[in-house]
Design a protein around this ligand. Structure first.
Ligand SMILES: Cc1cc2nc3c(=O)[nH]c(=O)nc-3n(C[C@H](O)[C@H](O)[C@H](O)COP(=O)(O)OP(=O)(O)OC[C@H]3O[C@@H](n4cnc5c(N)ncnc54)[C@H](O)[C@@H]3O)c2cc1C
Length: 463
């Protein structure tokens, strides 16, 4: 482990990167101190540096290795686990200047991008060529491809199309000692050697800095149609989800809202779900001519599972209305206080139990928790409502997060489905990992970064 450097001579770095690329103004540093997670510690960095090229990143890592200065990679700071938070004595390496789309290879449906390109920027560029980049975290308008890769971001489309890792083919990475390398491939298939690119996907900036990504593009699907079903119990909704997927039906979106969220939406936007609704399931199909039939099949399954109301849209306008409830979930919960979004994943058979247990945790701790979930892949976001000015409320939220993670693990799930470990879930990770696997993970970290200079203290504590 390194000891924090409080006095740092940055001239050497300025000489390479240029004056404007190294910022030490305390007012500016405050904006680069933490991500969007509320419950994590953070320290302003000693400087924030803005590399423009891989060579700049190499210079930063060589400076870090020479002076034992920790480096925290940062994209757009939309993360929800404190993974990009400043730590004592660190410099923040922000990729916002590395924002070029290097290549869009239409024939091979491949894009090569710098890490600071936003997800939206890539989607727009792909759309101009009649293609699409599918990974769709809700933060897609601002989060970066480097951040999406480092967190292996998910989103609404994952139930059908998978998470970011599925689209990453190759990466250029700068290691802690300043060496740069390409890992992975450009082709659709490739089994030459170990899948080292995958090692960096989801590594939260602790193993290397991604300086370029080669990702797969797809042809866009048809505009989706939507259905919504209201259930008198979460168990019935859980049964509908499990039966739908067990029949080999794969919607392109399969979202679930719990009772607390439904009531918040009703109060916020008068959607008229009614006080008896315990769960709302929203499904979309993007299979074009087959979409109506697919949604009809899901509707029948919902009815058989006990849905009190099922509505299937017949056109795009109706579709839009039905999906509105999902869009309103976050603003509706926000109207109750400050929402802190948790993230766990459980087996599909445990979906309803996880939601019911979240309700019990809320009652026991005396706090409001609304659950919004990507039901199709078992990934739930119990959202804890807090008063950020009240330490007792924040303490209650911390206890709720721990209790939710414990239940997820007991049900055979995981402490995080898509937001990552960062600082928020570092101690919980030890509960999830097999001790041998935890030792191996530390070994990999120490092989690539023996001095713990890259994003130290994140994901796993040092030995
Ligand atoms: C409103 C909102 C909605 C969200 N919705 C979703 C969602 O649907 N699905 C989801 O998965 N997440 C979601 N998130 C969380 C967040 O947007 C994602 O984790 C996103 O991938 C982070 O990208 P970023 O560019 O903001 O990265 P940052 O927050 O800046 O960094 C995240 C991590 O990536 C590392 N990192 C960044 N760039 C690099 C790089 N070039 N090389 C190596 N490491 C790097 C950082 O060190 C850190 O560990 C949401 C967040 C918000 C605020």
């Amino acid at each position: 482990m390194t000891s924090p450097n409080s006095v740092l001579d940055l001239d050497e770095l300025i000489a390479v990167l240029g004056d404007g690329a190294v910022v030490t103004d305390p007012d500016i540093l405050r904006s680069f101190t933490h991500d969007a997670a509320a419950l994590c510690d953070s320290t302003p960095p000693l400087a924030v540096v803005f590399p423009s090229s891989e060579a700049d990143v190499q210079a930063i890592m060589r400076f870090s290795a020479k002076h034992l200065v920790p480096v925290v990679p940062q994209g757009a700071l939309t993360g929800l686990s404190g993974a990009a938070n400043g730590t004592p004595g660190c410099i923040a390496l922000n990729t916002r200047r590395m924002n070029a789309i290097v290549e869009l290879d239409v024939a091979n449906r491949v894009a090569v991008v710098q890490p600071g390109v936003t997800n939206k920027q890539l989607k727009v560029a792909a759309a101009e060529q009649g293609l699409t980049y599918l990974p769709d975290p809700s933060s897609w308008e601002s989060s970066t491809i480097g951040g999406n890769i480092a967190t292996n971001a998910g989103g609404l489309c994952c139930v059908k199309y998978g998470v970011t890792a599925r689209f990453v083919r190759g990466l250029r990475v700068v290691l802690a000692d300043g060496r740069a390398m390409f890992v992975g491939r450009r082709t659709v298939k490739g089994v030459a050697g170990l899948s080292l690119a995958e090692l960096f996907v989801g590594s939260e900036g602790t193993l290397g800095v991604v300086t370029e990504a080669t990702v797969g593009l797809d042809f866009p699907a048809s505009a989706p149609l939507t259905m919504a079903a209201t259930f008198p119990s979460t168990a019935a909704a859980g049964v509908a989800v499990a039966r739908t997927l067990a029949q080999g039906i794969t919607p392109s979106l399969f979202e679930l809202l719990d009772r607390t969220t439904i009531r918040a939406i009703d109060a916020y936007a008068k959607m008229g779900f009614g006080s008896d609704a315990a769960a709302v399931l929203i499904a979309q199909s993007d299979t074009g001519v087959g979409a109506s039939a697919q949604l009809d099949a899901i509707a029948s399954i919902c009815t058989a599972a006990g849905a009190s109301e099922v509505v299937v849209a017949e056109n795009a306008a109706e579709s839009d209305q039905l999906v509105q409830a999902r869009r309103l979930a976050y603003p509706a919960l926000e109207s109750l206080g400050a929402p802190l979004v948790d993230d766990v994943s459980v087996p599909l058979s445990a979906l309803a139990t996880m939601i019911d247990e979240s309700e019990r945790i809320a009652e026991r701790i005396g706090i409001v928790i609304g659950v919004v979930g990507h039901a199709g892949d078992g990934n739930l976001h119990p959202t804890v409502i807090v008063d950020p000015e009240d330490p007792a409320s924040l303490d209650a939220a911390n206890r709720a997060f721990d209790a939710i993670a414990d239940v997820a693990l007991r049900l055979g799930g995981t402490i995080t489905g898509e937001h990552g470990v960062g600082l928020l879930k570092r101690d919980l990770l030890e509960k999830e990992l097999d001790p041998v696997a935890a030792t191996l993970q530390r070994g990999i970290k120490e092989l690539l970064d023996p001095q713990y200079l890259l994003n130290p203290g994140k994901v796993l504590r040092a030995r």
